[in-house]
Design a protein around this ligand. Structure first.
Ligand code: XMP
Length: 314
C-alpha cells in the first residue's frame, strides 16, 4: 500500500472512531504532528490541539511548534505547566517513576483541558516501537514510554491511536506526504529532557541539558551541511550526575558530566553509534564546557550500539 493510501485509510478510520470532541497533545514531533494532521483532516474543528509546555522541551521549541501549526492552519493552544511538572518531579530520580509522573501530569493537564472543551476522545501519536518496548505483546518491558506506561487507570477519555501499527520510517513518509515541516526533524522522546537529565530534575540541571542539546544539534547540523559527516538519525546530550575534578583558571572545580550521543538507525529499535569526526566532537566539547562553566567540566562521547545500550540514557 502506498503512503497516500495509508493516509486515506487512517483518516477514514478516525472518522469512524471519533463522533464528538477530541483532544490531542501536540509536541511538534513527527508522531503527534502526523496524528494531529490526520485527525484534523478527519474531524476538523472537533479536534482541539494542545501543546503542553512541561519545562522539559528543547531550546525555542514552544515558539517553533506554535509557528508550525499556525502555518498549517491548525489552531494550537499553548498551556504553560512547567511549574507543575517540576514540583511533581521533585526528588524523583528513577527513570520509570519519572515517566509515570510525567504521564500522569500530562493526563491531569488534559483532564483540565478536556473539561474546558468537553472532549470525549484523546488522540495519541503512539507508534509500534512505543508499545512493543513497553511490554506490548509477549516481550519484557524495556522502558514504559510515557504515553503508554503513564496512563492512570481512571482516565475518563477514549484513546484513539491512528499510528499504533506504524514504524518511524513509515510515519516519516506520511509526514512528508502531508507536508509537515518537522518531517525531517530528529525524534524527541515524549518525556522530553527528563530522560536526558539523570538524577534530580531541577530547573537548573534541565537548563544545562537544554543548552548542551542545543550545542550538539547546532554543531552536528552544521558539520553535516559542510559535508564533514552524515547527519545522525538522533543526536543530543545528556547530563550525568557524575562529578569529576576540573580546573577553571587557578581554581579547582567539581563539576558534572555531559555525554554526547549520536546514532544511526532506521526506526529506533536498533541503532549504531555515529562516527562523528574528532574535530567536530572537540568543538562541541569546548562549547559545552564554556557555556556551562562551573557546572560541567567534562564531556564524553557514547560509543555504545543498541543493543546492548538504548538510545536514550534513561
Ligand atoms: P530508546 O532509548 O528506547 O529509544 O532506545 C528509542 C526511541 O524512542 C525514543 N524514546 C521515547 N519516546 N517516550 C517517547 O515518546 C519515551 O518515554 C521514550 N523513551 C525513548 C528515543 O528518543 C528514541 O528515538
Amino acid at each position: 500500500m502506498n503512503t497516500q493510501m495509508l493516509i486515506d485509510e487512517a483518516i477514514e478510520s478516525l472518522q469512524s472512531q471519533i463522533d464528538g470532541t477530541a483532544i490531542i497533545a501536540c509536541s511538534g514531533g513527527i508522531d503527534s504532528s502526523v496524528a494531529a494532521v490526520l485527525a484534523h483532516r478527519a474531524v476538523g474543528s472537533l479536534l482541539h490541539c494542545v501543546y503542553v509546555d512541561t519545562g522539559l522541551m528543547r531550546k525555542n521549541e514552544t515558539e517553533e511548534v506554535s509557528e508550525m501549526f499556525s502555518e498549517m492552519g491548525i489552531k494550537l493552544k499553548v498551556v504553560d505547566a512547567s511549574e507543575r511538572f517540576f514540583s511533581n518531579l521533585e526528588g524523583v530520580t528513577d527513570p520509570e517513576h519519572k515517566r509515570k509522573v510525567i504521564g500522569e501530569q500530562f493526563i491531569r493537564v488534559f483532564e483540565e483541558e478536556q473539561s474546558s472543551c468537553g472532549a470525549k476522545y484523546l488522540v495519541q501519536g503512539t507508534i509500534a516501537p512505543d508499545w512493543i518496548e513497553s511490554g506490548g505483546g509477549e516481550r519484557d518491558v524495556i522502558k514504559s514510554h510515557h504515553n503508554v506506561g503513564g496512563l492512570p487507570e481512571d482516565v475518563d477519555l477514549e484513546i484513539v491511536e491512528p499510528l499504533h501499527e506504524f514504524y518511524k520510517d513509515e510515519v516519516r513518509e506520511m509526514a512528508r506526504e502531508l507536508g509537515i515541516k518537522s518531517s525531517e526533524r530528529q525524534p524527541f522522546p515524549g518525556p522530553g529532557l527528563a530522560v536526558r537529565v539523570l538524577g534530580d530534575l531541577t530547573p537548573e540541571r534541565v537548563e544545562a541539558c537544554r543548552e548542551a542539546c542545543h550545542i550538539v544539534e547546532t554543531r552536528l547540523k552544521e558539520a553535516a551541511e559542510g559535508g564533514k559527516c552524515d547527519l545522525p538519525w538522533q543526536y543530543f546530550a545528556a547530563l550525568l550526575p557524575v562529578r569529576s575534578v576540573g580546573v577553571h583558571g587557578d581554581a579547582r572545580v567539581h563539576g558534572e558530566t555531559v555525554v554526547v550521543r549520536a546514532v544511526t538507525s532506521m526506526d529506533g529499535m536498533s541503532a549504531r553509534y555515529s562516527p562523528i569526526p574528532h574535530e567536530v566532537l572537540s568543538t562541541i566539547s569546548t562549547e559545552i564546557t564554556n557555556a556551562l562553566k562551573g557546572n560541567v567540566n567534562r564531556v564524553v562521547y557514547d560509543i555504545t550500539h543498541k543493543p546492548p545500550g538504548t538510545i536514550e540514557w534513561e
